[in-house]
Design a protein around this ligand. Sequence first.
Ligand SMILES: C[S@@+](CC[C@H](N)C(=O)[O-])C[C@H]1O[C@@H](n2cnc3c(N)ncnc32)[C@H](O)[C@@H]1O
Length: 387
Amino acid sequence: MLPTTIPLHIVSSRLYWISISLTHFRLMLLRRVVFPRHVVAPYARAYAARASPKSLPRRQHAPSAARQESASSTTGQTSSGAPRRAWLITGTFGVGLGFYTLQLYLAASKPCHNPHIADLAQQKDVAVRYDYTASSFDSDVGLSELLMGINGIRKKLAQKCHGEVLEVSCGTGRNLGYYSLNSASGIVSTLSFNDLSSQMIDVCRNKWETIYGFKARSGQLRHDLKVRFMTGSALEPMPLSPNGKKYDTIFQTMGLCSTAAPLQLLENIIAHLDTSKPDSRILLLEHGRSYMPWMNNILDESAEKHAELHGCWFNRDIGQLVQEAAEKTGMEIVGERRHHFGTTWVFELKPSDELVKRTSSSLGAPSTSVQTASNESTTWLNRIGWK
Ligand SMILES: C[S@@+](CC[C@H](N)C(=O)[O-])C[C@H]1O[C@@H](n2cnc3c(N)ncnc32)[C@H](O)[C@@H]1O
């Protein structure tokens, strides 16, 4: 998150540094503001006296000189403490900000070791990485996504999912708490989760049980809701919905960065959408290239290392990929938003009027790709034990 998405390892190193600064700052606050010397001194003396009662006098027997020293230090604190504190706080922030800006500047101005690293042909398949990172994925991306407001975007998109819903590249199920599933108002009738990694799917399934297990058993979810978890590639034909239909909504978050063939993945999921309905939707939340050259320089420079570590290429031109897929398939981009210096992309696609007409008129005579999907679905369903 992963998880503008400033590169995760950059974000984590920055967060690490910021957390260290904050810890120092908090300690300083504790020492100077919450527990200043004149407040702490009597307790410290009492503690010392209890620790070695023979060598040190107890608090009630403390010599008056000590009391005087305590009083004078109190006076000193009030007269010069406030400006000193203000300087310290400003200084800490100033140094921190300066250090951060310098690091960013150095990273942004460094020439990229491979200027063509954004070309898909140069990017090797790293999807297998998720088999190893599944158990720590949520904790790895959780904080940065929270700070960047990604969860809010997930929620907005998930709330738009309706009817027969397929979430591809679902990972650990970071969206599953946001769907509209309630017994009274739920607009999702079936929910299918897909991911290439069985480890990620396992986390997703467990999360489902934790969040919705009780609700489902106690009738708080739609009684006709069908949910399933499928391990497999979204580059291949996928099963129809549990009701035997094509999907009304196909949702993907942070998936185009992780597959070896993002354009093919887009075309494939569009082939699984019910394009005979004008309200069918493809919803995407992705991360990739920025509109700022300096940010792209940082992304390109660290892309290879990041991909090997986290299984995701964060320097792809998502806009170009979605545009190309839309043109090839007859989809229309009805919503496009970018956040975080343009590195976070949100897309909403619907079938164009022409595509709706074409699909509707050919209903009853399914296209080759649909037939493939249906045939393959049997294999898939068998493989995952879904009948
Ligand atoms: C960066 S994670 C995102 C997970 C989740 N969607 C999220 O928003 O947190 C990318 C996911 O895509 C999955 N993935 C990669 N290639 C895939 C493919 N061809 N088909 C299905 N899932 C794939 C990976 O296994 C991984 O779980």
